[in-house]
Design a binder for this molecule. Structure first.
Ligand code: SF4
Length: 284
């Protein structure tokens, strides 16, 4: 087993993204993945550095565009384990359309969002998940817009695997990422990942005392989507664990007619003529 080691991270000391990186690497090691078989595709933001730091293949894409890029990588080489990584501004702001359609499409990738409720790289503006009343550079009198609720959004879109973790508990987070990678189809892991420099409200202390761990609740049924919506709502989104899983959903690659059984990158000259003919014939 080779190590997942790349260049030294440049995040602020104490940034939650260190915990996410650690958990992603732990999950990969636990699954027996080799660096050359894993690709991490990131967007723009402090979290965007994940593709450089992870230690496998990495591609630092455009703002909000990690998901279309990651889906393309997976569809071109289905032998790779593909993770997309980004922040709440990147994924739930400019990238929101891609998030919703990636859940619909259900390509077999894992999407990890480092949700710190603020734009960190651009030095502290309100983000799509900032709570009402948050004072930031762009909301000096408090945010008035309602925050996006990522778990409820994913539940309403019937995403096949939904989990939430905390970067202050990397051991638990690693188990969530491992389960997300194992899930066949699109999987979503939202992570409370404190920005220690610009968000003085959603801190490690804030999360350490306020999270409900659904994985420790023996009575919780994570196959019941409406129960998941109710529990997430009751806890005001402050839950961790596997929120919902529907293993019966079929991944895009297993559903679309004519998708080749062989990876595109391993074909000598792309699709053979008879493959083109077969796919085109399906549209007539
Ligand atoms: Fe992390 Fe915030 Fe520093 Fe960015 S600005 S590296 S999110 S602590």
């Amino acid at each position: 087993m080779k190590d997942f080691k790349a260049e030294k991270p440049t995040w602020c000391p104490g940034c939650g993204d260190f915990g996410v990186l650690n958990a992603m690497q732990r999950a990969a090691v636990s699954l027996g993945l080799e660096p050359e078989n894993v690709a991490v595709i990131s967007g723009i933001g402090c979290s965007g550095k994940m593709s450089q730091h992870f230690g496998g293949y990495g591609l630092h894409s455009l703002h909000g565009r990690s998901l279309p890029t990651a889906q393309a990588v997976k569809l071109a080489n289905k032998n790779l384990t593909v993770m997309a990584a980004g922040g709440d501004g990147d994924g739930f702001g400019i990238g929101m359309g891609h998030f919703i359609h990636a859940m619909r499409r259900n390509v077999d990738i894992t999407y990890i969002v480092m949700d710190n409720h603020i734009y960190g790289l651009t030095t502290g503006q309100a983000s799509p998940t900032s709570d009402i009343g948050s004072t930031t550079k762009t909301s000096p009198h408090g945010t008035v817009e309602k925050p996006i609720e990522p778990l409820q959004l994913a539940l309403s879109e019937r995403c096949g695997f939904i989990a939430q973790g905390f970067s202050g508990d990397t051991k638990h987070l690693a188990t969530l990422i491992e389960k997300a990678i194992r899930h066949r189809g699109f999987s979503f892991v939202n992570v409370f990942s404190p920005c220690v420099t610009f968000n003085k409200v959603n801190t490690y202390e804030f999360y350490k005392t306020g999270l409900v761990n659904l994985d420790e609740d023996e009575g919780y049924n994570n196959a019941d989507r409406f129960e998941a919506m109710r529990r997430v709502s009751e806890a005001n989104n402050l839950v961790v664990g596997v929120v919902y899983e529907d293993p019966a959903q079929t991944a895009y690659e297993d559903t679309v007619y004519g998708y080749p059984s062989e990876s595109l990158v391993s074909m000598e000259r792309g699709l053979k003529q008879e493959e083109y003919d077969r796919i085109l014939a399906a549209f007539h």
